[in-house]
Design a protein around this ligand. Structure first.
Ligand SMILES: C[S@@+](CC[C@H](N)C(=O)[O-])C[C@H]1O[C@@H](n2cnc3c(N)ncnc32)[C@H](O)[C@@H]1O
Length: 252
């Protein structure tokens, strides 16, 4: 089964996007977590675009279980979330319609605990649409957006360049594109020859931000780069702590 279709990963992402801090962090005495790691799907928007309530429309490419898509709607935008994983889209759609979903939080081995995660208050769900689709081949009639978010997607695509080439036609002139990623390039997701960075060329390191600049300019100008830490809980005693780099691009 594809990685992002499994029950285990759906549960991890529901917790990552919607879990309370108590549900996401461990409660072991004396354990200190890295600071500032919670609410990543919200910070992807607020710490990059800083949108105040406004109209317009936003696209969340690789939306997973949908939290950032809902946050765009909470900011007054029409929001579309696209993800390749049908299981993720079904979970996001269930949250949109029912406002909650029962899921499991892994404790240890086969031991797990049932939890219910909920849509945050104040999401106008009629302004949100989820589509199962491919970010490397977005639907032709998807439209043009004021804001496009690609959170931790590029290093999970088989051909990231194919996705980036669609971006000039997806973002309105004057609109913004946000790309966040910890740049965890892995052969099992992206064949090495398709990596945007993280390799040497003529003995010189090529970083992913350079690869993004080379591809996105001149249609986009990089206007901001920030670090966004996040943490995904696997089980009570195992967490993935990552620091994504978020770059903000203005469509010329
Ligand atoms: C690391 S997760 C990030 C999810 C979410 N944006 C976040 O920040 O929590 C990568 C996501 O990309 C999605 N994905 C992978 N390949 C895709 C493709 N070709 N088109 C759309 N989504 C894709 C996966 O299903 C998964 O939801």
């Amino acid at each position: 089964m594809a990685y992002y279709e499994t029950d285990k990963i759906v549960a991890e992402y529901l917790l990552f996007h919607y879990g309370t801090s108590a549900e996401q962090l461990s409660s072991f005495t004396g354990v200190i977590h890295p600071p500032g790691v919670l609410n990543f799907p919200v910070r992807c928007i607020t710490e990059t675009l800083g949108l105040s309530p406004s109209g317009g429309c936003a696209l969340d490419l690789g939306c997973a279980v949908g939290r950032s898509t809902f946050e765009f709607a909470r900011l007054g935008m029409e929001a579309v979330g696209i993800d390749f994983s049908l299981s993720f889209i079904q979970a996001a759609e269930r949250l949109r319609i029912e406002g909650f979903i029962k899921t499991k939080r892994l404790i240890e081995g086969d031991i797990e605990e049932e939890i219910t995660v909920r849509l945050p208050e104040g999401v106008p769900t009629d302004r949100v649409r989820f589509i199962q689709g491919d970010a490397m081949q977005p639907p032709a009639d998807i439209g043009v957006f004021d804001a496009v978010l690609m959170a931790n997607l590029i290093d999970r695509l088989s051909d990231p360049l194919r996705c980036l080439r669609h971006l000039p036609s997806l973002v309105k002139p004057g609109g913004k594109l946000v790309i966040t990623s910890p740049y965890t390039w892995l052969d099992e997701f992206t064949p090495r020859e398709k990596w945007l960075g993280g390799f040497y060329r003529n003995n010189t390191p090529v970083h992913t931000l350079d690869g993004l600049r080379n591809t996105l300019q001149p249609a986009f100008e990089c206007v901001k780069v920030v670090n966004l830490p996040f943490m995904i809980r696997e089980h009570a005693r195992k967490y993935q702590w990552s620091v994504a780099e978020a770059s903000v691009w203005l469509r010329r």
